[in-house]
Design a protein around this ligand. Structure first.
Ligand code: NAI
Length: 679
C-alpha cells in the first residue's frame, strides 16, 4: 500500500508511503481517499492526521505517471481535495518534510497544518510551464500574503518553513522534527470537537494588496520571462483568488491550467524535465558499479579554465592543488580565484569567512610530486596535442595507482592521449565550459579504454559539484562544439545570402537565445575561431566554409577586445553598434562569390540555425557520440544558452518532423549555389 491507516489516542493517522518522494500517483490518491472514508466511518477516531514517511510529506505528482492517463484518473487530486473539504472530521496535516506541488495543495486542503522547521515548501509547477492546478493558487493566498504568493508561485522557488512561520499557513510549529507526530496528535485531540470545521476555502483571500499589485507583477515578468505564458497565468489565477469567490476562482485556475498544459512552452519544459532525469543513465553502468573514492583533486594549468575548475571543487569542499609550471601564471591564477570570491562577498553571495575557507582550499604548487597522492587530476594546459601528451606521460609516472587522470581538452583526440599512459583505463575527458565555476554543463568524455568505475565515479562527482553531466564519445568538438561549428557556418552563409549580422542576431535572440552568433563571436574573440579554422583547413582542404570570418580578422576586427568585430564598439561599452564597413565588406564579398541576394525572413534564419544544430546532432547520434537525443538538447540548454522553453535543437527538429526537416534543409541549400554543406 502506498498509504497506511492506524489509530492512536483516538486519532486516525494516514501515512503516505510512496518512496522516494511520496508522489501522489493514482494508487496513492486512491489509498488516501479510501483511508479517509474509513477514518470518517470509524467511531473510535475523532480526528484525522495526514503525514508522510521519511523526510518527505509529499513531493507532488508522481513523475512515473507523467503524461499517462493515470495522472487524471479518479480520484484525481482535485476530487480528493473536494472529499477532504467535505470530511466530517477535522484533518490535520503533520508536515514532516518536503512539501511541494500537489503535496502542498494536499496540505492546503487539510483543515489545520502543523509543521516542523527547515522543511522545503514550494509550488514549482511554473518550472514546467504550468500552474498549481489543484487549488494552490486559490488556497495559498487565503493563508499567506500576496507578495509571497506571487513570488512563490510565479518563480516556483522553494521556501523554508521557517520563512513562513509568521503566516497563517501553519497552525502550530515544532522546531524538532522528532516531536512532530506526538505534537500533531495532541493538537488533533484539542481541535477534534471544534465546529464548524475550519476550511481554507471559506477564508477571504489576502486583502493586503494595492491596486498596482498585479500590474506591477506583470510588468516585472515582462522584463524577466516575457517568452513564457505560465508565470503570467499564475498572476491571473492569483488575481482571481481575490476578485472571485472560491468556486469561480477554482474554475479559472482549471481553465488556465488546461491552456498551459497544451502550450508548446510547457511541452518543451516537460521534455527538459524528463531529459534531466534520463541524462545520468548509461547502458553498462548501474547502482552496483563500484565507485573510486575521490577526496582530493589537482588541477593542472592555472589559466582561465584551470582556475574556474578549481573553484568548482573548492565550492563543494574538496581540497585542491593547482599546479602551473610558470610561477607568474600560478600567481595570477590564484589572484583571480581570490578576486572572484571577493566579488561574491561584495555581492552578498558569500561571507568573508567562506571566502577565506574556499581560498585556503586551493593551494598553488609547482611540482608533479606535490600532486602525486590526489585521487583525481584534471589537466587544463594549452590546447596542444604534444603538450598534453607530455603532461599525461608525466602523470603516468607520478600519480598513485588508481588515480583518475582527466583532460579538459575541447578538441583533441582523447584515445590518443590515453594511449601515452600505461593506464588508459584511468583516463577520461571532463570538458567544462567557460566560465567553469558558473556554467552547469559538463561533457564526460568516454574513451575506447575508460573503465566503467572511472565513468561512474565522474558522474557521481559531477552531482557533488552541481554539474549536469552528459556522456560523450571521442570526436572533434565532442557534442556541443561539433554542433556549434555547423551553427556558426550557417550564420555566415546567411550573411552571404543577404542578411546583416544584426538581422541574424536579432532573429535568434527573439527566438530566445541569450545572444546571437555574431555578438557571441565578438565577445569570445573572432581570432580564436580563425585559428581553429586555419587548423581545420590545413587538415582538410575540401572543407566548405564561409571566408567572411577570415576577411573580418584580416581587417584586425577581433571583437570587443579590439573595439571592432562584426559590430563597432566604444570604449568601456559592450553595446554592439551596426558597422557600415563590415556591412559593405559582406556585400562586396557576396558579389565576388556571385551568391544571389534576397530578403530572408526571421523564421528562415531561426530554422537555418537551429536545424544546422539538429542535423549535426543527428549525425552525432548515428556516430554513437551521444547516448540519446535529449542529452544533446541538455548540452545546448546548459552550455550554449538555448532557450529552455524551446526544448532544445533535437526537440525542435522532432516537433517539426524529420521528413519536413530534410525538405527544409534541401530547400535552404539551394539558395547557396546548391552546395551540399548541410546534409
Ligand atoms: P590558458 O592559456 O588560459 O591556460 C593554460 C595554463 O596552462 C597556463 O597558465 C599555462 O601556464 C599552463 N600550462 C601550460 N603548460 C603546462 C604544463 N605542462 N603544466 C602545467 N601548466 C601548464 O588556457 P585555457 O583557456 O584555460 O584552456 C585550457 C584548456 O581548457 C585547453 O585544453 C582548452 O582547450 C580547454 N578549454 C578551454 C575553454 C575556454 O573557453 N577557454 C573551454 C573548455 C575547454
Amino acid at each position: 500500500m502506498t498509504a497506511s491507516l492506524a489509530i492512536q489516542d483516538h486519532i486516525a493517522i494516514i501515512t503516505i508511503n510512496n518512496p522516494p518522494v511520496n508522489g501522489l500517483g493514482h494508487a496513492t490518491r486512491t489509498a488516501i481517499s479510501e483511508h479517509l472514508r474509513a477514518a470518517e466511518n470509524n467511531s473510535d477516531a475523532i480526528a484525522i492526521v495526514l503525514t508522510g514517511t521519511g523526510k518527505v510529506f509529499s513531493g507532488g505528482a508522481d513523475i512515473k505517471e507523467f503524461g499517462t492517463d493515470k495522472t487524471y484518473a479518479e480520484p484525481s487530486l482535485p476530487s480528493l481535495l473536494v472529499q477532504m473539504d467535505a470530511c466530517n472530521k477535522p484533518i490535520i496535516a503533520a508536515l514532516n518534510g518536503v512539501c511541494m506541488g500537489g503535496g502542498l495543495e494536499l496540505a492546503l486542503a487539510c483543515h489545520y497544518r502543523v509543521a516542523t522547521s527547515a522543511i522545503q515548501i514550494a509550488l514549482p509547477e511554473v518550472k514546467l510551464g504550468l500552474l498549481p492546478g489543484a487549488g494552490g493558487t486559490q488556497r495559498l493566498p487565503r493563508l499567506v500574503d500576496m507578495e509571497t504568493c506571487l513570488d512563490m508561485i510565479c518563480s516556483g522557488r522553494s521556501y523554508y518553513s521557517d520563512q513562513l512561520v509568521e503566516t497563517k499557513l501553519f497552525d502550530a510549529f515544532v522546531s524538532i522534527g522528532a516531536q512532530l507526530l506526538q505534537t500533531t496528535i495532541d493538537f488533533a485531540n484539542k481541535v477534534a470537537t471544534v465546529r464548524p470545521i475550519p476550511r481554507v476555502r471559506d477564508l477571504i483571500a489576502n486583502q493586503t494588496i494595492t491596486p498596482e499589485t498585479f500590474a506591477t507583477a506583470r510588468e516585472n515578468l515582462q522584463k524577466k520571462s516575457k517568452h513564457l505564458p505560465a508565470p503570467f497565468a499564475c498572476v491571473d489565477a492569483l488575481e482571481a483568488s481575490v476578485k472571485l469567490d472560491f468556486d469561480l476562482g477554482i474554475q479559472t485556475e482549471r481553465q488556465l491550467f488546461q491552456q498551459l498544459l497544451q502550450s508548446p512552452e510547457s511541452r518543451a519544459l516537460r521534455h527538459i524535465f524528463m531529459a534531466e532525469r534520463a541524462a545520468g543513465k548509461i547502458a553498462d553502468i548501474d547502482a552496483s558499479t563500484p565507485l573510486r573514492a575521490v577526496n582530493s583533486v589537482a588541477i593542472l594549468g592555472a589559466g582561465t579554465m584551470g582556475t574556474g575548475i578549481a573553484m568548482n571543487f573548492a565550492n563543494a569542499g574538496f581540497p585542491v592543488r593547482l599546479l602551473d609550471l610558470q610561477e607568474d601564471s600560478l600567481t595570477r591564477g590564484l589572484a583571480r580565484v581570490r578576486e572572484q570570491y571577493q566579488a561574491a562577498v561584495k555581492k552578498g553571495k558569500l561571507t568573508q569567512n567562506e571566502c577565506e575557507e574556499r581560498c585556503n582550499l586551493i593551494v598553488g604548487v609547482q611540482s608533479y610530486s606535490d600532486i602525486a597522492q590526489v585521487d583525481l587530476v584534471i589537466e587544463a594546459v594549452f590546447e596542444d596535442l604534444a603538450v598534453k601528451k607530455s603532461v599525461f606521460e608525466q602523470l603516468d609516472q607520478t600519480m598513485k595507482a588508481g588515480a583518475i587522470l582527466a583532460s579538459n581538452t575541447s578538441t583533441l583526440d582523447l584515445n590518443e592521449i590515453a594511449m601515452v599512459t600505461k593506464r588508459p583505463q584511468d583516463v577520461i575527458g571532463l570538458h567544462f565550459f567557460s566560465p567553469a565555476n558558473i556554467m552547469e554543463l559538463l561533457e564526460v568524455v568516454r574513451t575506447k579504454h575508460t573503465a566503467t568505475d572511472v565513468l561512474a565515479t565522474c558522474f557521481s562527482l559531477a552531482k557533488k559539484i552541481k554539474k549536469t553531466a552528459i556522456i560523450a564519445g571521442v570526436c572533434d568538438g565532442f557534442i556541443g562544439n561539433r554542433m556549434l561549428e555547423q551553427y556558426t557556418k550557417q550564420a555566415a552563409f546567411l550573411l552571404e545570402e543577404g542578411c546583416t549580422p544584426q538581422q541574424v542576431d536579432h532573429a535568434i535572440e527573439a527566438f530566445g537565445f541569450a545572444m546571437g552568433p555574431f555578438r557571441m563571436n565578438d565577445l569570445a574573440g573572432n581570432d580564436i575561431s580563425w585559428a581553429i579554422r586555419k587548423r581545420r583547413i590545413a587538415a582538410n582542404s575540401n572543407a566548405i566554409y564561409s571566408k567572411l570570418g577570415d576577411r573580418l580578422c584580416e581587417m584586425g576586427r577581433f571583437g570587443q577586445k579590439t573595439q571592432a568585430g562584426w559590430y563597432d564598439y566604444q570604449a568601456n561599452d559592450r553595446t554592439a553598434y551596426s558597422s557600415d564597413i563590415v556591412n559593405q565588406m559582406i556585400r562586396s564579398h557576396a558579389r565576388e562569390l556571385g551568391v544571389p541576394q534576397r530578403q530572408i525572413s526571421d523564421e528562415e534564419i531561426v530554422q537555418r540555425l537551429v536545424l544546422a544544430l539538429a542535423n549535426e546532432g543527428r549525425k552525432i547520434l548515428r556516430d554513437g557520440i551521444a547516448a540519446r537525443a535529449s542529452d544533446i538538447d541538455l548540452v545546448y540548454l546548459k552550455g550554449y544558452g538555448f532557450p529552455a522553453h524551446r526544448g532544445g535543437p533535437m526537440y525542435f527538429a522532432e516537433s517539426l518532423g524529420w521528413e519536413k526537416v530534410d525538405q527544409l534543409l534541401q530547400q535552404f541549400q539551394q539558395g547557396h549555389q546548391g552546395q551540399t554543406w548541410i546534409l
